[in-house]
Design a binder for this molecule. Structure first.
Ligand code: GCW
Length: 703
């Protein structure tokens, strides 16, 4: 079997190198395949009088390549409209034909675009315009996407404007090219060869981001290395910034709070020390001399060993404001992370971000944005939304989500995160005037899942999470299903979109079920977080241990966050709903409550029975996904089909591992028999406990 697979792989690799079958995922959702005749629009000409201007150049060249590939002929390029049909792009300033149309561009912002199907001098044209050339570029990518998706173009004026100003990727990439929680190879930033050699792949990265509206990228890990602020590294960052700028993407870095000591030779990094303040001002000025539109910094301070203002008895606000002041002189912003926990183990770790930051609301400079993870703990498969959303009245907030699937099966498990992010974004805050979490934000930042792997993200389906990040940051109400449908059509073709979307939409819930149903959380193995470890109880601090989070014993299970006081961080409406087990939705029951194993759910099942059913359901859902994917054989290209099949097989095996290990452990606590009809775990608990994977990928390194 193994040999057969190897042979098949070899054949596929050879086949993939011929242009016919060149589907290795590199092109992402920008595949531009020849459209069926019925879907081809007539575009004999592209009219763009200033095709070398910034953003127009990129728009123009993408349109040329994309249209040629999809329509099967090359449109004439020129300044005048001479053919019977064409595509007219530009701003009113850069294109006289557009000026003549007097397109109403109010009340859009400068990144918005307008599409207008119309006639000019009796010729049928598609117009793409905006207040600024960057809008035109976004419009060009939108137009290409519409054609690929295979749905008709709007027959009247259409516009689109991004909801948020900050649509960010956060790379957790180290200077030695390892990637913290990265499952897609090395970092795409080749610091050693920069600035002299910029890998052309960075241009494709920029195109991909521009096509989904991402406009900022933080190049380095929040577990930061001060060296990135050294003069030679600033040159390297400049080379990346110069490459990304034409695509409307600003570059940001992570700033290590102790950099004045490590780089500057100062004795302290105390934010109230004038020398320290001056060091940051000088450093920021130095960066802006090289990169005039540098975006700013992200800082992780006083969390998981990172230095911060509390080392000097100062608050997060005092620390943030000192760096923000330096950035303000140049127009930069500071994203200060709320994912903090200090050396004192609190009653409930889920309460810590709010405890630290709520009292500081109003104390931050205006260019500080607090960056809050979607849930109060840490990117778990299911958490409620963080109570900080909506609670900060005077401080802007950015939602941080994790595209890389640290807690959702790494690269090999199919888990579409659009549904998970939608759940957080669309959550009602129950605070007046801030109806949903998405109404309280200034942006979204996604921890990147991008690496040097040929398919960028470690697996084909993981590309959907990068795609969803951009699309939801552009418009958070788009809907996870619509985003999945776009992506599936672009990535696999319209014919298979329906079954692909159906798999995607159920996939995250399957992971929740086989890793931690009913609101259980943080049950993974230590360090690398690969696989189950609900029994772990020996780590340095209490709130690193899974046993701290599930609180299971002979009698019951779950974390009583009402008793712990954490529920008070939410609006009164939520306190009512989540305050009692009977009114708490099942999917968060054990997040908020400790209940006896015999506690009865509305279905009549006990918690124990329901848990076993869910774990089992998670595994069978993966088996179903496998069967559904198998049916698409021959309907998608062979190589990607093969690799996805193999990954689904891994996922099913690991889902069963999670189920069996978890059930074996819970039984060791509660002594209960398995409900009727359910398979017992395949191995003993000791066996599961003995599994060791020291080299699982993505573990923390600070290079
Ligand atoms: O989820 C945890 C990860 C750490 C990460 C940390 C954070 C960058 O396990 O690897 O560190 O979150 O968000 O700072």
């Amino acid at each position: 079997m193994v040999l057969f697979r190897r042979l098949l792989m070899l054949m596929l690799t050879v086949a993939a190198s011929s242009s016919l079958l060149a589907e290795d995922g590199y092109e992402l959702w920008m595949r531009y395949r020849l459209l069926p005749k019925s879907k081809r629009v007539a575009i004999s000409q592209i009219v763009c009088p200033n095709p070398t201007d910034r953003h127009l150049k990129e728009a123009h060249s993408e349109l040329k390549t994309g249209l040629e590939a999809m329509l099967g002929y090359s449109a004439k390029v020129g300044e005048k409209l001479t053919k019977q049909d064409g595509l007219v792009i530009g701003t009113a300033l850069s294109n006289k034909l557009i000026a003549g149309l007097n397109v109403d561009l109010q009340p859009f912002n400068d990144e918005a675009f307008v599409y207008l199907p119309t006639t000019i001098n009796g010729k049928r044209v598609h117009v793409i315009t905006g207040q600024d050339q960057i809008g035109v570029m976004y419009g060009a990518f939108w137009f290409l996407r519409q054609l690929q998706i295979g749905k008709p173009l709007p027959n009247k004026r259409y516009y689109s404007a991004p909801r948020y100003k900050l649509r960010m990727l956060n790379h957790w990439d180290n200077l030695n090219r390892s990637v913290e929680r990265g499952y897609a190879g090395q970092s795409i930033w080749d610091w050693h060869k920069l600035p002299d050699y910029v890998d052309p792949r960075i241009i494709d990265y920029a195109r991909a981001n521009a096509s989904i509206g991402i406009n900022g990228t933080v190049l380095t890990n929040v577990n930061a290395n001060a060296m990135v602020l050294r003069a030679d590294y600033i040159q390297k960052t400049k080379a990346v910034a110069d490459t990304l700028r034409p695509y409307g993407i600003k570059v940001y870095l992570t700033a290590r709070f102790s950099a004045p000591i490590e780089l500057g030779g100062l004795k302290t990094a105390d934010p109230l020390d004038p020398q320290v303040q001056q060091w940051w001002k000088d450093k920021v000025a130095e960066i802006y001399r090289e990169i005039h539109d540098f975006g700013g910094f992200v800082v992780k301070a006083n969390s998981e060993g990172q230095p911060g203002p509390q080392n000097y008895g100062r608050s997060h606000a005092e620390g943030a404001n000192m760096i923000a002041d330096a950035l303000a002189l140049e127009g930069g912003i500071l994203m200060w992370r709320a994912f903090v926990y200090d050396d004192k183990t609190p009653v409930d770790r889920a309460a810590q971000a709010y405890n630290e930051f709520k009292p500081l609301d109003g104390k931050f400079r205006s260019n500080v944005i607090v960056q809050v993870k979607n849930g109060p703990i840490d990117f778990q498969p299911r958490e409620p939304f963080s109570p900080l959303f909506g609670a900060l009245d005077k401080t802007p907030a950015l939602m941080e989500v994790q595209a890389t699937k640290e807690y959702l099966g790494f690269a090999t498990h199919l888990a579409y995160l659009g549904t998970m992010w939608q759940e957080a974004l669309a959550s009602a805050t129950r605070l007046r005037g801030k109806e949903k979490v998405l109404d309280t934000l200034t942006g979204i930042a996604g921890v990147s899942n991008i690496g040097s792997d040929r398919n960028w993200c470690g697996s084909h389906f993981d590309q959907a999470n990068w795609y969803a990040l951009g699309r939801l940051a552009w418009e958070p109400t788009l809907g996870a299903e619509k985003v999945a449908d776009e992506w599936a059509r672009l990535t696999f073709g319209t014919a298979v979109a329906k079954p692909v979307v159906s798999m995607m939409i159920r996939s995250r819930e399957a992971v929740v079920d086989y890793t931690g149903p009913l609101g259980l959380t943080h049950l993974m193995a230590t360090g690398h977080h690969y696989g189950p470890g609900p029994w772990v109880d020996n780590l340095g601090r209490a709130d690193w241990n899974p046993v701290y989070f599930h609180r299971g014993d002979r009698d019951g299970i779950g974390f009583d966050r009402v008793g712990a006081g954490t529920l008070k961080q939410y609006a009164p409406g939520w306190r009512e709903i989540w305050g009692k087990p009977e009114t708490t939705p099942e999917n968060l029951l054990l997040w908020f409550h400790h209940v006896p194993w015999s506690y009865r759910l509305p279905s009549g099942k006990t918690v124990w029975e329901e848990m076993v059913a869910r774990y089992t359901q998670g595994v069978s859902e993966v088996a179903t996904m496998r069967a559904e994917w198998a049916k698409l054989k021959g309907k998608t290209d062979a190589f990607r089909h093969f690799q996805i099949s193999e990954f689904l097989e891994i996922q099913e095996k690991e889902a069963k591992w999670w189920r069996d290990a978890s059930i074996a452990y819970w039984q060791s606590l509660n002594g209960l028999p398995l409900p009727k009809g359910f398979e017992p775990p395949e191995y003993t608990l000791d066996y599961y406990k003995s599994i060791s994977n020291p080299y699982a990928p993505g573990n923390t390194h600070t290079g």
